[in-house]
Ligand binder design. Structure first.
Ligand SMILES: Nc1nc2c(ncn2[C@@H]2O[C@H](COP(=O)(O)OP(=O)(O)OP(=O)(O)O)[C@@H](O)[C@H]2O)c(=O)[nH]1
Ligand SMILES: [Mg+2]
Length: 298
């Protein structure tokens, strides 16, 4: 287990017995794992990884874990080449042993982040619809410190959306409002592709029975609100250009209505219920390649 970097806000460190240390305000002391879920996005994943080069001069400790989900195209090969070329020192290419879909990939990522001692997980979808740059100003201000989840929102003041039809935008905004009313907490997005989570909130496994598919995030926002987690939303820039959307408006809408029915009937039963089509006791994955500073040639 790697050593934790001291947290600027930690109160359990007795500084009286140590040399004076100047803790800088901001992200200097935090460890972030950037989790990039990737499936059949061979054309987009190189752009996402190339963009992460902007983190080289950031003071926080950023590592990348790209989790490849058994793509049928060249995503794995192209991800490896892109990671190899990326100037950040800590990088991992992980492949799920089976396809666990997007929600299952999150479970792999949170588990891995716990094993390696990361305090925060930043989710950034591998299909290049958003950018890590949108969250950086908040991290620099320490905006994540008093929160359990900082969620990117495509549908709030300050957000920009490109390539989304009126119908799709309307459907999203409508579901945001319905979910908010049911949860008693304002949700500005039920699942964008740029989110930050405090990793320790997943240590008790409250998320493990949430659906493994693309609806995982919808369960998660309810789960976060219903277990009293501290969450906030921030506006993001989101686009759809050469991506293939897998979120089918009609079938997804029906699924969401069923989910709402379940949640309205009982909050507690909803939290405890099995929401997966294929329940699993574990989500095994394999590290295909790891780059770390100590392994760099001298
Ligand atoms: N569809 C799908 N996406 C996966 C899977 N595993 C990881 N992903 C990644 O999850 C992200 C989201 O998938 P999308 O198909 O774009 O779904 P979405 O973002 O909910 O829908 P859009 O709003 O249309 O983009 C992408 O970065 C995928 O590469 C999988 O098994 N299926
Ligand atoms: Mg997408």
């Amino acid at each position: 287990m790697p050593t934790f970097w001291p947290s600027a806000t930690s109160s359990n460190v007795d500084l009286a017995f140590t040399r004076p240390v100047t803790y800088k305000v901001g992200i200097m002391s935090d460890r972030f794992l950037i989790f990039v879920p990737a499936y059949n996005c061979e054309n987009q994943v190189p752009r996402v990884i190339a963009d992460l080069a902007c983190l080289t001069d950031e003071p926080g400790k950023f590592a990348i874990a790209l989790i490849e989900n058994r793509s049928t195209d060249s995503t794995l090969r192209r991800a490896e080449a892109s990671l190899d070329a990326c100037p950040l020192p800590d990088k991992l290419l992980i492949q799920n042993d089976e396809n666990y879909n997007l929600g299952g990939s999150h479970k792999v990522a949170f588990d891995f982040a716990r094993a390696e001692g990361y305090e925060y997980v930043i989710v950034l979808h591998g299909d290049d619809q958003g950018s890590i740059r949108d969250i950086l100003p908040l991290l620099r201000k320490g905006g994540h410190r008093n929160l359990d989840a900082l969620l990117g929102a495509r549908f709030m003041k300050g957000s920009t959306l490109q390539g989304y039809s009126m119908l799709r935008t309307w459907a999203n905004v409508t579901f945001n409002l319905i979910f908010s009313a049911v949860a008693g907490k304002r949700f500005y997005d039920l699942g964008s592709g740029l989110n930050l989570f405090r990793r320790s909130i997943f240590d008790n496994g409250f998320h493990l029975k949430f659906a493994d598919n693309l609806t995982f995030n919808y369960y998660l926002v309810f789960g976060l609100a219903d277990t009293g987690k501290r969450l906030a939303f921030f506006p993001i820039n989101w686009r759809e250009d050469d991506q293939i959307s897998n979120a089918k408006l009609f079938t997804q809408g029906i699924t969401m209505l069923k989910m709402l029915g379940q949640r309205i009937r009982s909050k507690q039963a909803f939290l405890r219920a099995e929401h997966r089509i294929t329940p699993r006791s574990s989500y095994p994955a394999t590290v295909v390649r790891r780059w770390s500073p100590s392994e760099d040639p001298a």
